[in-house]
Ligand binder design. Structure first.
Ligand code: FAD
Length: 363
């Protein structure tokens, strides 16, 4: 008997989980979502991400393990499948101790450690000599990371799933248990995988009050600064951020950003956009021609995404709602890509547990 599995959500969490599940020919998968790759919407975080691998999980936490376990998968895809839209890029990380207590400083606190756990995970990690740092920087480091062109990578994941037999459909659910009747076979699903991100706050049967948005505003430009850069904070506001990354395969350069908790505003703030662009040029003057300011930036678009942050960390666990077996995989804040494979592997092992129990119940 095949396993009928419904995955709700086609962001990076749903697609990575469906991709891993689809590698088992016993699994018959339907992916159902309100938004699909190609859409840009405030309810859909994944297309807005940079996205890169800059670990932020506290040492010893699940978050740490999920990020650690994701690097080998991203590295393998980058090396084996250039059509997935990921490339290796140096990441330069700068820390100012004065940012420690700000929203952005807390978010980046693990990333900017001079001796972080991830130094043994990513290639070529090294501390930058103090003599070469700007006067306001306390420590800096460089390592090989990846930058993902989300507009290429998300459709690539869809393609891999379809190749393995998964079926994709649009649907909007008011209650999670309703998805059990939406499997493409017409039969009841054995298990629902919930990858609805921030919307799990409002989805019937879940209604997770621990979820909150961390608003990220970005500017996408055609200019190319070379390596990726991240700084622990800014002097413009405690929840503003400074990072730049050039996406693979002509995806442009993302200038960020902000980390505004509980801010749901979907529209780009033009003043914040100005600050983002000015800060980017200040830290990477090579972005524009000598003597130029923000008029030297060639803007593709302004954007806003809501990171699906969850107090206490992501929810990757089993549940039962109205007699329907559920595996949750949501609440990945600003690290949904860099923890994607780790979280999806945990979700897949939980799905296997549910399916084993189903088989036992039938014997
Ligand atoms: P989403 O991408 O939000 O997907 C949710 C899916 O569920 C959608 O398909 C939606 O339509 C569907 N859905 C929701 N409710 C329903 C419903 N009721 N019925 C049917 N379907 C439903 N992460 C990194 O790792 N690295 C980065 O560099 C990075 N940079 C970022 C920069 C910005 C500006 C932002 C905003 C985020 C960034 N992130 C980054 C975080 C990352 O984008 C998110 O953690 C990730 O995209 C969350 O993915 P998801 O699949 O869980 O949710």
């Amino acid at each position: 008997m095949p396993n009928n599995i419904v995955v709700i959500g086609a962001g990076v969490s749903g697609l990575t989980t469906a991709y891993l599940l689809s590698q088992d020919p016993e699994n018959r998968i339907t992916v159902l979502a309100k938004h699909m790759p190609g859409d840009y919407d405030i309810e859909y975080a994944s297309p807005w991400a940079g996205a890169n691998y800059m670990p932020v999980g506290k040492e010893g936490s699940n978050h740490h393990a999920w990020e650690r376990d994701t690097w080998p998968a991203l590295k393998e895809i980058t090396e084996k499948y250039p059509e997935a839209g990921i490339h290796f890029l140096d990441a330069l990380i700068y820390n100012r101790k004065k940012d420690q207590e700000t929203a952005t400083g807390k978010w980046f606190s693990e990333l900017v450690q001079p001796n972080p756990w991830y130094k043994d995970v990513v290639p070529d990690f090294r501390n930058l000599p103090e003599s070469g740092l700007a006067p306001d920087i306390d420590n800096g480091q460089v390592f090989t990371s990846v930058c993902i062109n989300t507009a290429v990578y998300l459709p690539w994941l869809v393609g891999q799933c379809i190749k393995n037999g998964a079926v994709f459909k649009r649907a909007i659910f008011k209650h999670i248990a309703d998805a059990a009747d939406a499997h493409h076979s017409g039969q009841k699903a054995d298990v629902i995988v919930n990858c609805t991100g921030l919307s799990s706050k409002f989805l019937g049967g879940v209604l997770d009050e621990k979820l909150l948005p961390a608003r990220g505003q970005i500017v996408v430009v055609r200019n190319d600064p070379g390596p990726m850069i991240g700084l622990s904070g800014t002097d413009d506001g405690e929840d503003e951020a400074l990072y730049l990354m050039t996406r693979a395969a002509g995806g442009g350069t993302i200038l960020g950003g902000s980390y505004q908790k509980n801010n749901w505003d979907p529209l780009p703030d033009p003043n914040l956009a100005n600050r983002i662009m000015k800060r980017a040029i200040a830290i990477a003057p090579q972005l524009v021609k000598e003597g130029q300011g923000i008029e030297g930036l060639d803007i593709v678009r302004h954007g806003v995404g809501l990171r699906p942050l969850r107090e206490g960390g992501p929810r990757v666990e089993k549940d039962e709602v109205a007699g329907v077996q559920i595996v949750h995989n949501y609440g990945h804040g600003g690290f949904g890509y860099q923890a994607s494979f780790g979280c999806a592997e945990t979700a897949v092992s939980l799905v296997r547990e549910v399916l084993r129990n189903k088989t036992r119940a039938k014997l």
